[in-house]
Design a protein around this ligand. Structure first.
Ligand code: PEP
Length: 254
């Protein structure tokens, strides 16, 4: 099965009403030229969901959130539930981003529950996995990403084919250091095999690469057989760069 590539932007905690309007306007203007053989999405800070929902309505740019609560409703001050995200048109929700694991102590089990909460509301979780530099240097990369994905498979086994996975080596996020296409492909192949062992419908699952992907290196990463798209941080805030990555994904599918 050929999987349609997905390029998802992670705006992180960036933006303003004014900046978002200009960014989305430029993205929508450039999308037709970038090509339609890849899916595109932007995962925005929760307060801007309504704004970006309105700006992107009826367009090919899908909307996503950057996190989701494990709970559907209740006394959980500060949390945002999956049904709420759904009301604002979120098609995707990033779960288990390394910044949330690192700064908010999210565990593998919580990430798995977040994926479950998203799925229950009809939102596709983009499940992030990835090793730190210390883990890579001590030869633990495979064990770490497999452990992280195993937790998600354990909780969501029956509908695992509905998720998106993002391999994001922590040492490559926001650092300008990108995994080489070979390094990324090697880990993607491991994740693909793990999904295959868990589900007969694993070929539906897209595995994105994330970590300093940009306009210059996207094509070589996206040419790898098991790299089905990208999760883009910094470069998703510049319309021209993000559009070039989408164009590279569309060209890779040609
Ligand atoms: C990310 O935040 O998911 C990410 C990959 O960031 P960057 O592209 O800036 O490395």
């Amino acid at each position: 099965m050929t999987r349609k590539k997905l390029i998802a932007g992670n705006w992180k905690m960036n933006g303003s009403l004014e900046a978002n309007q200009a960014l989305v306007r430029d993205l929508l203007a450039g999308l037709p030229q970038a090509g339609s053989r890849a899916d595109a999405a932007c995962c925005v800070p929760a307060p801007y969901l309504a704004q970006v929902q309105q700006l992107t309505q009826g367009s090919a740019l899908a909307l996503g959130a950057q996190d989701v609560s494990v709970h559907a409703a209740g006394a959980y001050t500060g949390e945002v539930s999956a049904p709420m995200l759904r009301e604002f048109g979120a098609r995707y929700a990033i779960v288990g981003h390394s910044e949330r694991r690192q700064y908010h102590g999210e565990t593998d089990a919580q990430v798995a529950d977040k994926a479950k909460a998203a799925l229950a509301a009809g939102i596709t979780p983009i499940v992030c996995v990835g090793e730190t530099l210390a883990e890579r240097e001590s030869g633990q990369t495979e064990a770490v990403v497999k452990r992280q994905l195993a937790a998600v498979i354990h909780v969501n086994g029956h509908c695992i084919s509905e998720i998106v996975v993002a391999y994001e080596p922590v040492w490559a996020i926001g650092t300008g250091k990108t995994a080489t296409p070979e390094q990324a492909q090697q880990v993607h192949a491991v994740l693909r095999a793990q999904l295959h062992a868990a589900s007969s419908r694993d070929d539906r699952v897209r595995i994105l690469y994330g970590g300093s992907m940009n306009a210059a290196n996207a094509a070589s990463l996206l040419a790898q057989p098991d790299i089905d798209g990208g999760l883009i941080g910094g470069a998703s805030l510049k319309a021209a760069d993000f559009l070039q990555i989408i164009a590279a994904a569309s060209a890779a599918a040609a």
